[in-house]
Design a protein. Structure first.
Ligand code: SF4
Length: 477
């Protein structure tokens, strides 16, 4: 008889059965039935949009000080307004009686309900933080259509989501204005915007891949979303279509609706017939968010015949910035919900995000620590979205000044604003670590030089904007 002896490993894998947390542990949802809970309409109607509504759910299980901390954040720091579906609230403190002590450190709370005391006071924002940190707007070739990579585009269909994440990289455009950020508004009517996007794609055969995003496509009335994707499938050069929806996790009830399933089946059938593919890309940041309902919604979507459901999480301090948390999440996704771990993005350099951001060095260490546990095809790459460059694997940098936390990157393609830029492929582009993670000498350097550095960057950005403006008169190739 052989005796199984397991080798001790830094990460001890064991299969975990998913469990839907019991929502009746919240005083406000004590009487909510399963059929209400599983209804997309009920979930949307009971989203938490302000402190008063959160209080009506949590009652006095949570202290007044917490609600005051949350309100202060909304008034003085938040770049996103509050919007949390019950499904997501229920993944906070999933295994304990709700309490102030359990709520503060909760990983889902830390990014969906950020409080003022979470944020750093030394460097709340990096000096180089900007509201459109990836310059997606600069690269619009039609309103809402960003052409940043050679063969793929991002179509921002709408500026809303069923849930608003505190760290949203599109905080410039997505969601309601907050006391801190006035949101950019689309100027065109949706129907005109869509028509101009389709026109660009029909006349640019070099584009083969469209990320249909927002916001979150779950907020688009299904007939409008179906009509757009159907029109994309009629364009011969479009081969891959990816639908971006965090709601697969935040509001899985949406993707379980009969009309949505039937519509997706029609689209998947058409895609298969013409040799293209449709995939869903979702955004899950913590293992606790993967519940049986998320697994059911994923199964329902895979059963329509779409090619895959993949996860693009965001790496964030205090939420998932350790190897065990990342691997727990990946195994829950893969084993429990058949969602493919795909990317973890570093949190972008938006205002007030320093407490979430981690250094490139830490991201590299985490990538090393998670290698070898998951199948190769399901091992996520940790990527840094470098301004004016795009996604780069964190080990791809050219050089790294660890003292000042500045990494230097190059790229191998031009974005849509660099058609006439002879230096686009030889220039180095900078990314900045959070200053509080630097050695004291580096922090002191930033205290002394943040102003000069910003002035130099502003000169470079101005030159780049001028180059982009002059290109607008050039014919589209
Ligand atoms: S779901 Fe995506 S687009 Fe919407 S708020 Fe969250 S990160 Fe932003």
């Amino acid at each position: 008889m052989t005796q199984e002896r397991s080798l001790e490993q830094p990460y001890p894998y064991s299969r975990v059965e998913l469990v839907e947390p019991d929502w009746t542990r919240f005083p406000g949802w004590r009487d909510v039935t399963r059929s209400d809970w599983e209804s997309a309409q009920w979930q949307r109607a009971h989203c938490v949009k302000n402190t008063k509504q959160l209080r009506s759910v949590l009652g006095d299980l949570v202290s007044d000080a917490f609600y005051a901390d949350l309100e202060r954040d909304q008034a003085q720091r938040a770049t996103m307004s509050m919007l949390v579906p019950p499904q997501m609230v229920n993944t906070m403190m999933p295994r304990v009686t709700p309490s102030t002590d359990a709520l503060y450190p909760d990983p889902v709370r830390r990014y969906m309900l950020p409080v003022f005391s979470d944020r750093r006071t030394d460097w709340p924002s990096h000096p180089h933080a900007t509201r459109d940190s990836l310059h997606e707007h600069d690269m619009w070739v039609a309103e809402g259509l960003t052409h940043r990579y050679p063969t793929k585009v991002l179509a921002e269909m709408l500026p809303t989501c069923p849930q608003y994440c505190g760290h949203c990289t599109r905080m410039d455009l997505v969601g309601n204005s907050t006391p801190v950020i006035d949101k950019l508004k689309f100027a065109l009517k949706p129907v005109d915007r869509v028509e101009r996007m389709l026109e660009y794609l029909r006349t640019n055969p070099g584009v083969r891949d469209v990320v249909v995003s927002g916001g979150d496509v779950a907020n688009m009335p299904w007939p409008r979303l179906e009509a757009f994707v159907d029109a994309l499938l009629d364009i011969d050069n479009i081969r891959d279509i990816r639908l971006a929806t965090k709601a697969l996790m935040g509001l899985p009830q949406h993707w379980l609706q009969d009309d949505v399933r039937a519509g997706m089946e029609r689209l998947a059938g058409k895609a298969t017939q013409r040799g293209g593919s449709i995939a869903i890309h979702t955004h899950v940041n913590h293992a606790n968010s993967v519940t049986p309902l998320v697994a059911r919604a994923t199964r329902a979507m895979l059963d329509t015949g779409i090619r895959d459901v993949r996860n693009q999480g965001v790496l964030m301090g205090g939420i998932n910035d350790d190897a065990h948390a990342l691997l727990d999440l990946c195994f829950n996704l893969l084993d429990g919900a058949q969602i493919m771990p795909y990317y973890f993005y570093m949190c972008d350099m938006i205002p007030f995000s320093e407490h979430w951001r981690v250094s490139v060095g830490q991201a590299q260490a985490l990538q090393h620590a998670i290698m070898g546990y998951l199948p190769g095809f399901a091992t996520p790459r940790i990527v840094c979205d470098v301004p004016f460059v795009g996604k780069r694997w964190v080990h791809q940098l050219e050089s790294y000044d660890r003292d000042r936390g500045i990494s230097y990157w190059t790229k191998n393609y031009r974005t849509s604003i660099e058609r006439a830029d002879p230096d686009a492929l030889t220039r180095t582009y900078e990314y900045y670590d959070p200053i509080h993670t630097l050695p004291e000498s580096g922090q002191e350097w930033w205290r002394q030089h943040a102003g000069d550095h910003l002035a130099a960057a502003e000169v470079a950005a101005k030159a780049s904007r001028e180059a982009a403006e002059s290109q607008k008169s050039l014919p589209v190739p």
